[in-house]
Design a protein around this ligand. Structure first.
Ligand SMILES: O=P(O)(O)OP(=O)(O)OP(=O)(O)OC[C@H]1O[C@@H](n2cnc3c(O)ncnc32)[C@H](O)[C@@H]1O
Ligand SMILES: [Mg+2]
Length: 212
């Protein structure tokens, strides 16, 4: 099994969008990251948890124990008010196991447009509707296999799900997530801007505080 060089931070994820965001955040601190894409021999980690925090702990522990290094895991997703908090912990597989981001986004729009209820806010100037309030959530777990202990944090960001996608940055549901505080879509932000406002950026800042 390939090893991990000294000082490299292991992110227990296979999501390339997350890897890029962590690489950006830790790059500013002079650190590089590795991910589970660098260890294809490790089996997929099942996500049976009913909370983001539970799934984050499972991913960090499984990867950390398997590789014998400190591991940082991220479990995240989207809570949509008009859908009673769905897709929540099922965000990655909303349109089915192995679903692509585009499938999940298409299902989200289908579900929201099928609801009888009124839009959540006035349309944007170009007529794009704001279908529901929504919140991105990110739970982080840092696990040390030497002690069996975790350091955990959580971050959120509030916004709206728009009726049409905009922007080509980020990943996942970013092109549908409109930020009223910026008047822009999450997928229109640079990595730096996204880190400063996102659920992941907030969770990471909190984790750094806890680490002192
Ligand atoms: O479990 P790992 O390997 O980390 O990768 P994953 O993609 O399966 O990640 P999750 O289980 O945490 O599922 C999170 C899903 O929520 C969505 N999501 C999370 N953070 C997001 C973000 O910053 N922007 C857009 N969508 C996000 C995205 O669709 C992810 O697939
Ligand atoms: Mg996952």
């Amino acid at each position: 099994m390939a090893g991990l060089s000294e000082g490299v931070i292991l992110i227990a994820t296979k999501n390339k969008g997350k890897v890029q965001e962590f690489a950006h955040a830790f790059g500013k601190l002079g650190r590089t990251v590795a991910s589970l894409n660098d260890f294809p021999e490790l089996p997929d980690i099942p996500e049976y948890g009913v909370t983001f925090a539970e799934n984050a702990r499972t991913k960090a522990k499984t990867a950390g124990d398997a590789l014998g290094v400190i591991a940082l895991a991220d479990d995240s997703g989207l809570r949509v008010e008009a859908l009673g908090g769905a897709p929540g912990v099922y965000s990655a597989r909303y349109a089915g196991e192995g679903a692509a981001d585009s499938d999940n986004n298409a299902k989200l729009l289908r579900e929201l447009k099928a609801l009888p209820q009124a839009d959540a806010a006035e349309p944007l100037p170009d007529g794009t509707r704001l279908l529901s309030r929504a919140q991105f959530v990110c739970a982080l777990a840092l696990y040390d296999p030497a002690t069996g202990r975790y350091i955990e944090s959580e971050g959120t960001v509030d916004g709206y799900i728009a009726s049409k996608p905009r922007g080509s940055g980020g990943f996942g549901y970013d092109p549908l997530f409109w930020l009223p505080q910026l008047g822009r879509f999450m997928a229109e932000l640079s990595k730096e801007e996204k880190q400063s406002i996102s659920h992941r950026g907030a969770a990471l800042a909190r984790l750094m505080e806890l680490l002192g």
